[in-house]
Design a protein around this ligand. Structure first.
Ligand SMILES: [Zn+2]
Length: 247
């Protein structure tokens, strides 16, 4: 059985609402079928089933957002406008495990879910989830499908191997290629990172500033990219607790 059929069996095959048919009595797709379509598209593009299951369970809540919450809401609620304008997000937090990657996948899932309804459905729309090192590897093999996809998540930027200057240069080069391509075509991109924009800028000696629309003040507020900071408050409390300073 193919992965798609297995997925369909587990999602549609367990739905009581439509009696496992995928269709409502009025001839419209049941919500299980729409969920399956979104899951199927996303897993083909590198999104993980585990994360998709997590963000679609009833207990999932989007992480605490310290900055840029309005951009997250706009992304979640207006995928068609996001796509038409090629709006993009840079989601960062000071530490690991604060839900950036999950949030990025959640936003794209919300888009894919809405696009899985008949009136918005298009076979031309695709999704990719990838880190920059894999993007470089694929690109070297001539596979540009990931970075040319309609929706792209570049996960964990800044965590790549930068030990040699040529490795850094390769990252800058692929980012240039990818971001120019996507900006020219108004394609939405979500980047996640453990680095605040000013820190990532310093790592790459300012070479990626214009690509990621990082301003002279170290903040992102450009034509299409907006900055989102996740759960910084938690870090702050932790720092206060661990601090040796009495004030
Ligand atoms: Zn159903």
């Amino acid at each position: 059985m193919s992965l798609g059929s297995k997925l369909k069996e587990s999602i549609v095959g367990s739905c009581e609402t439509c009696n496992r048919t995928g269709w409502s009595e009025d001839g419209t797709p049941c919500s299980c079928l729409i969920k399956f379509r979104a899951f199927n598209r996303l897993t083909k593009g590198g999104f993980t089933l585990k994360t998709l299951e997590l963000i679609t369970c009833s207990e999932y809540e989007i992480p605490e957002i310290d900055e840029g919450g309005a951009f997250v809401d706009y992304f979640a609620d207006n995928p068609l406008e996001v796509e038409e304008r090629g709006l993009s997000l840079y989601i960062h937090s000071k530490g690991r495990g604060r839900g950036k990657t999950t949030l990025a996948q959640c936003l794209v899932y919300k888009a894919a879910w809405q696009f899985s309804h008949k009136e918005m459905y298009s076979t031309h729309r695709d999704y990719a989830f990838i880190n920059i090192e894999d993007l470089i590897k694929k690109s070297r093999k001539g596979d540009e499908s990931a970075w040319k996809s309609t929706w792209l998540v570049i996960d964990d930027l800044g965590n790549e191997d930068r030990s040699a200057s040529w490795k850094k240069a390769a990252v800058v080069a692929i980012l240039q290629q990818v971001m120019h391509y996507r900006r020219d075509r108004d394609l939405p991109t979500i980047i996640t990172s453990n680095y605040a924009p000013n820190n990532l800028s310093a790592i790459y000696s300012g070479e990626i500033d214009s690509l990621l629309e990082i301003g002279p003040d170290g903040k992102i507020s450009g034509m299409v990219i907006r900055e989102v900071e996740v759960g910084g408050g938690e870090d702050f409390r932790q720092i206060e607790e661990l601090s040796a300073w009495p004030f």
